[in-house]
Design a protein around this ligand. Structure first.
Ligand code: G6P
Length: 604
């Protein structure tokens, strides 16, 4: 994910910005840049790849007097990771850095192009600086122009902007993307998109609220809130522990990533939904022409999201879909017909088995698509087309937010194909778009829910195994729940279709067998319920997850009522993730780095 830093003061601005960016490296990035304004003169440097490349470029650049500066590490979303697309973006007399996504950038860019503005990058962010300079022509001062610019952009952002017309001010705005400002006794001001660059530099920090905007000078910090009312900063003491700052106070990265799902799904949806249509700018208009079959290939958690996709592609898009574990597909002489769209799914984009299947499909002349979280990864480079899931860097080996964003992309994609093939009415698509917009709320972790799971987890530390069971699209979720548990708790767990238990596994049922039952209200509730009753009658210990009261269970986790089963899916996904997390913590395991596992498996 992108990172932002800013500095106003008399010390070595270049070094401070570069050190700040280094502290944000853990978030992942593919290019970086800085811009410094000192004595009315701008100096700007950008480089693709690691920060050492940027350091090398700035070698002869000296900053030893008062200056203002901004810096950025970029994780590509709009446009490739090139130097031109790296931030800061320049206008004639100003520079900007931006995290987030400007949803209405295409419209603003069109108008600016019409007025003769020249764009150098493919990014959405560049419109901010040009729009600001346009407004500056008609404003009495830079702050008025900045304020107008902020009122004209829509989407998520953390923005820092510097301009020659006011060379002792840094302008800022925040909405949906994190940003804070820190101060110290030496009258310096530091900005950053997370705590870590500020630790050791600042004694106190102010976290901006959504809708905040304003500016700093050597002597002032002026903040306006979303209603344009001036407000006082709320300074708090800054922690001194960097690792815990990276974890934002969570015990493990996995926990942080479970909590982040709501905000990363907002990023996944941004710019891809209108009132009645799904928009994937990445896919050209004719992408699905001639396609009558979809093949999905992946490993691990990504394989489970591929399975969920197969239910949606067949149900909504009415297109024949099959899913294969990549390591199996490679060696079994698969039939690949020309009308087949070949889709690989991968968080990292580097998993060797999945990558190999992509190469096989290319060789066979199939149209290929990669659903991936890492831009410029091998799969993204090789596939004909790619869709980025925008989950941000995932540090926990056990995947959580990457899975959540993959399923979100597949729900959208299956509706887009339905829209093209007219297999769903436009009314139904409109209805589902409303539900898509409700995913972020459905994965929001409520304190009471987490507390309940924490308490209940102590009963599930022994026994001779777990069955996670579900029907239909809740079967892949059961598989994913079982995989999460085994990965981090080292307990034996299996995912099973509820209706299949009676064909063998029910023989294992006794009080030491734990069944985690997914019982959504809006999909085959009665059928799934009687499967669970069969297990209950054989005295299996049951933990039921459902919005509807269920008295045959030993434990019951009540989820909220939702209008659509996919929203139940997302909430139950959070429940099984938290359950695995809490069991694993109680067992004293290293949740983020489980034994024998690697985050990215680049060997066969
Ligand atoms: C490894 C990880 C899993 C992951 C799988 C596929 O086995 O431990 O968590 O699901 O690789 O990774 P990918 O990056 O292709 O999604």
């Amino acid at each position: 994910m992108c990172g932002i830093v800013g500095y106003l003061g008399r010390k070595n601005t270049k070094k401070i910005l570069l050190n700040g960016l280094k502290e944000l490296e853990y978030r992942g990035y593919d290019s970086a840049g800085i811009a410094v304004l000192s004595h009315g003169e701008f100096s700007s440097f950008k480089a693709v790849g690691k920060l050492v490349n940027l350091e090398a470029k700035t070698k002869g650049f000296v900053t030893n007097k008062f200056a203002i500066g901004i810096g950025h590490t970029r994780w590509a979303t709009h446009g490739k990771p090139t130097e031109l697309n790296a931030h800061p973006h320049a206008g004639h007399n100003s520079y900007v850095v931006h995290n987030g996504i400007i949803e209405n950038y295409a419209q603003l860019k069109k108008e600016l192009l019409h007025e003769g503005v020249v764009f150098l990058s493919q990014t959405d962010s560049e419109v901010i600086v040009h729009q600001f300079e346009k407004n500056l022509q008609y404003s009495t001062n830079a702050f008025k122009a900045f304020k107008k610019t902020i009122s004209e952009i829509k989407g998520a952002y953390a923005i820092l902007l510097i301009t020659k017309s006011e060379d002792k001010k840094i302008f800022f705005a925040k909405n949906g993307s994190p940003m804070l400002v820190g101060i110290n006794e030496e009258n310096e001001k530091y900005f950053a998109s997370s705590d870590t660059p500020l630790i050791g530099q600042c004694s106190e920090v102010n976290y901006f609220e959504d809708g905040d905007y304003g500016y700093i000078t050597p002597n002032e910090l002026i903040i306006y809130d979303k209603n344009a009312n001036k407000r006082e900063p709320h300074f708090t003491k800054l922690s001194t522990n960097k690792l815990s700052a990276q974890k934002d106070g969570y015990r493990f990265f996995m926990e942080k990533e479970i909590y982040e799902q709501s905000s990363v799904i907002i990023d996944t949806l941004l710019g891809r939904l209108s009132e009645d249509r799904i928009i994937f700018d990445e896919l050209d208009k004719n992408f699905f022409d001639g396609i009558n079959e979809i093949k999905l290939c992946a490993c691990g958690t990504s394989y489970h999201s591929a399975l969920t996709a197969s239910y949606m592609f067949e149900r909504y898009s009415k297109i024949k879909t099959s899913v294969e574990v990549a390591s199996e597909f490679r060696y079994r002489s698969p039939i690949m017909s020309k009308n087949m769209l070949f889709v690989v799914i991968s968080q990292s984009g580097e998993t060797a088995d999945t990558l190999e299947t992509l190469k096989m499909a290319k060789k066979a002349g199939l149209k290929t698509l990669a659903i991936c979280n890492v831009d410029n990864s091998s799969m993204v480079r090789i596939a004909d087309t790619f869709i980025l899931t925008r989950a941000g860097i995932e540090k926990g080996v056990a995947s959580t937010k990457a899975f959540a964003t993959q399923v979100t992309v597949f729900w959208m994609l299956s509706l887009q194909v339905a829209q093209i093939k007219k297999s769903l009415s436009s009314k139904e698509i409109q209805k589902q778009i409303k539900y898509l917009r409700a995913i972020p709320a459905s994965v929001h972790v409520e304190d009471a829910l987490h507390e309940k799971i924490k308490r209940l987890s102590k009963r599930y530390l022994n026994g001779h195994g777990f069955f996670f069971i579900g029907r239909d699209i809740f079967f892949p979720l059961a598989l994913e729940g079982a995989l999460k548990l085994k990965e981090i708790s080292y307990l034996h767990a299996e995912g099973y279709p509820s209706g299949e238990m009676k064909h063998g596994p029910i023989a294992l049922a006794d009080p030491e067998l734990f069944t985690i039952a997914l019982l959504p209200q809006h999909l085959l509730y009665e059928k799934a319920k009687s499967n669970v009753e069969e297990l209950s009658a054989r005295d299996s210990t049951i933990c039921a997850i459902s919005p509807l009261e269920f008295d045959k269970a030993d434990d019951f986790i009540q989820t909220k009522e939702h209008g659509h089963y996919m929203l139940e899916f997302f909430e139950m996904m959070v429940v099984v993730q938290l359950l695995s997390l809490e069991i694993s913590i109680r067992l004293g395991n290293d949740v983020d780095m489980p034994r024998n596992l690697a985050k990215s498996v680049t060997v066969e």
